[in-house]
Design a protein around this ligand. Structure first.
Ligand code: NAD
Ligand code: UFG
Length: 337
C-alpha cells in the first residue's frame, strides 16, 4: 500500500519540488501550509507535473487543533518538515517572529505526532547552523555556531529533535542540512520567484535578466577567496528533493541521523553570474558593493557521509541550475507572473 507522507511547508520552494519527487516515487502526499510565503497555485502546478493532486490543508501548524484533525482523518506514515521562515536579515530584526514560528510549529507538530504514534520525521536544517567554518569542507561533525536568530532556531530544533529521539529510541529522526538550493523543476512550472527584491543571489540575477532589477550587486570583493567574492555550495533543488525521497526510503531503522546535502564544490559569486549569463544569453550589469553584514567568505559541504550512507550524489551542475531557473522565469513571464 502507498505510504502517506505529510509535507509541512509543501507549497514552498523546496517542499513543492520534494512533493513532486515523492508523488513520482509512489507516495501519497498530504501538504499542510499556511501560504505565508507561497501560493495556492503551486498545488495545481504539482498536479500539472505529476498528474496527481496532493491533498492540501491551508493551516498554520502552530494551530494544534487543526493539525490534530488532519492526523485524525489521515493515517500519516512519516513527516517531512519544511515549514518555517527563512530570511536571515528579517530574523535579526524580528527574532521573536522567527522563534515563535519555527520553534512553536515544530513543538506542536511533535506533540501531535506523538499522540498519533507517528515516529518518522525528516527536518529541513541548514548549513547556516555551522556559522564561521571550523574547517573546510564542512562535515557533519564540525562545530555548530550559527550567527543569526534564523540559524539558531534551526540549531535549537536539531537539539529538540535529538532530545525527542533520546526519549523515544524507536523513532527515525533525520536532520538534513541543506547548502544553497537553487534552480527549478525542468517543466518550468515550479521554482522560486520571491515577491519584491530577492535576498538570495540567483533569484536576484533572474530579476536582473528579466529587466525587473537594474543591476547585480556583488556583496564584497575583498574576501580571501580566489576571485575575492563569496563562495557557496549551490545544489539543484531537484537533487535536494531527491535527497529527501532517498532519506525516507533508506532510513528504515530507528536512529538520529544528520546529513549535509550539497555538492562538495564551491562557486564564487562571479562564477554564478557568469553561469547565469550563459543560461540567459545576456550580459548582466554588475556593481561591486560593500560586504553584506554577517556573510561568511566561503563554505561548502563535505557530501561524503550522504554519499556513503545514503548513496546520495548530486547530479546537476551550476549550468543546469541556472538554465532551469531561467526556463522557470520565462514560463512565469509567459503566464503573466
Ligand atoms: P519557503 O518559504 O519557500 O517554504 C516554506 C513554506 O512553509 C512556505 O510555503 C510557507 O508558507 C510555509 N510556512 C511557514 N511557516 C508556516 C507555519 N507556521 N505553518 C504552516 N506553513 C508555514 O522556503 P524553502 O526555501 O522552501 O525552505 C524550506 C525549508 O528549508 C525551511 O525550513 C528553510 O528554513 C529550510 N532551508 C532553506 C534554504 C534555502 O536557501 N531555501 C536553505 C537551508 C534550509
Ligand atoms: N550575494 C551577492 N549579491 C546578492 C545576493 C547575494 O553578492 O544580491 C552573495 C552573498 O554575499 C553570498 C552569495 O552571494 O556570498 C550567496 O548569498 P545568498 O543570499 O544567495 O545565500 P546565503 O549563502 O547567504 O544563504 C542561503 C540562505 C540561507 C541558508 C544558506 C545555506 O539564504 O537561509 O543559504 O547555505 F541557510
Amino acid at each position: 500500500m502507498k505510504k502517506n507522507i505529510l509535507v509541512t511547508g509543501g507549497a514552498g520552494y523546496i517542499g513543492s519540488h520534494t512533493s513532486v519527487e515523492l508523488i513520482n516515487a509512489g507516495y501519497n502526499v498530504i501538504i499542510v501550509d499556511n501560504l505565508i510565503n507561497s501560493d495556492m497555485e503551486v498545488i495545481d502546478r504539482i498536479k500539472e507535473i505529476t498528474g496527481t493532486l496532493p491533498l492540501f490543508y491551508q493551516i498554520d501548524i502552530r494551530d494544534e487543533k487543526a493539525l490534530d484533525e488532519i492526523f485524525k482523518i489521515n493515517k500519516i506514515d512519516a513527516v517531512i518538515h519544511f515549514a518555517g521562515l527563512k530570511a536571515v536579515g528579517e530574523s535579526c530584526i524580528n527574532p521573536v517572529l522567527y522563534y515563535d514560528n519555527n520553534i512553536m510549529s515544530t513543538l506542536v507538530l511533535l506533540k501531535v505526532m506523538k499522540k498519533y504514534n507517528v515516529g518518522t520525521i525528516v527536518f529541513s536544517s541548514s548549513a547556516t547552523v555551522y556559522g564561521e567554518p571550523e574547517r573546510l569542507p564542512l562535515d557533519e561533525d564540525c562545530a555548530l555556531n550559527p550567527n543569526s536568530p534564523y540559524g539558531r532556531s534551526k540549531l535549537m530544533i536539531e537539539q529538540i529533535l535529538k532530545d525527542i529521539y533520546s526519549a523515544n529510541k524507536e523513532m527515525i529522526v533525520v536532520v538534513l542540512r541543506y547548502f544553497n538550493p537553487v534552480g527549478a523543476h525542468k517543466s518550468g512550472l515550479i521554482g522560486e520567484n520571491p515577491k519584491g527584491i530577492p535576498n538570495n543571489l540567483t533569484p536576484y540575477l533572474a530579476k536582473v535578466a528579466t529587466g525587473e532589477l537594474s543591476c547585480v550587486n556583488v556583496f564584497g570583493h575583498d574576501y580571501n577567496t580566489p576571485d575575492k567574492t563569496g563562495v557557496r555550495d549551490y545544489i539543484h533543488v531537484c537533487d535536494l528533493a531527491r535527497g529527501h525521497v532517498i532519506a525516507v526510503e533508506k532510513l528504515l531503522s530507528s536512529g538520529y541521523y544528520v546529513y549535509n546535502l550539497g555538492t562538495g564544490r564551491g562557486y564564487s559569486v562571479l562564477e554564478v553570474i557568469a553561469a547565469f549569463e550563459r543560461a540567459c544569453n545576456k550580459t548582466l550589469p554588475v556593481k561591486f558593493t560593500d560586504r553584506r553584514p554577517g556573510d561568511i567568505a566561503s563554505y561548502y559541504a563535505s557530501p561524503i557521509k550522504a554519499e556513503k550512507e545514503l548513496g546520495f550524489k548530486a547530479k546537476y551542475n551550476l549550468d543546469d541550475m541556472c538554465a532551469s531557473l531561467w526556463n522557470f522565469m520565462l514560463t512565469e513571464k509567459s503566464r503573466g507572473k
